[in-house]
Design a binder for this molecule. Structure first.
Ligand code: AMP
Length: 113
């Protein structure tokens, strides 16, 4: 666990969050600065900094994606949604604990800014 990692602190309950899903491997909670009417972060409970740190053959991204789909159904995002992983500084990653953004509730423009 990352002692100073904000998402590890959320997992440990040291920082409050609005949880929308939790199981033994994954936590999902609403983003504090929502970029869409629905903006949920899906994170592994283990501290992994980026997608590049996932061991080869590990199914973590599949697991996060499955949970995101489950949360999208739970939140009734029937008209679609966007799943995003920002990787590294130029990718827009600001929190170095792997997370999947689930964005919905409005039309998503493309390309992103
Ligand atoms: P990224 O830029 O892809 O690393 O995304 C990090 C996200 O974490 C941003 O959208 C932030 O708004 C969000 N965030 C940071 N701190 C918190 C927090 N304490 N609770 C909920 N979301 C947070």
């Amino acid at each position: 666990m990352g002692d100073h990692c904000v998402f590890c602190k959320i997992i440990r309950g040291e920082i409050p969050s609005n949880k929308v899903h939790e199981d033994d491997q994954v936590l999902a909670f609403t983003d504090i600065h929502p970029a869409a009417p629905t903006h949920v972060l899906i994170i592994p409970k283990t501290h992994i900094e980026t997608i590049e740190d996932i061991p080869s053959g590990d199914h973590l991204v599949s697991l996060l994606t499955e949970r995101a789909i489950q949360v999208a159904k739970q939140l009734n995002l029937r008209e679609g949604y966007r799943l995003v992983i920002n990787n590294g500084d130029n990718g827009g990653q600001t929190v170095y604990h792997l997370h999947l953004h689930l964005l919905g509730g409005r039309f998503m423009t493309w390309p992103p800014g």
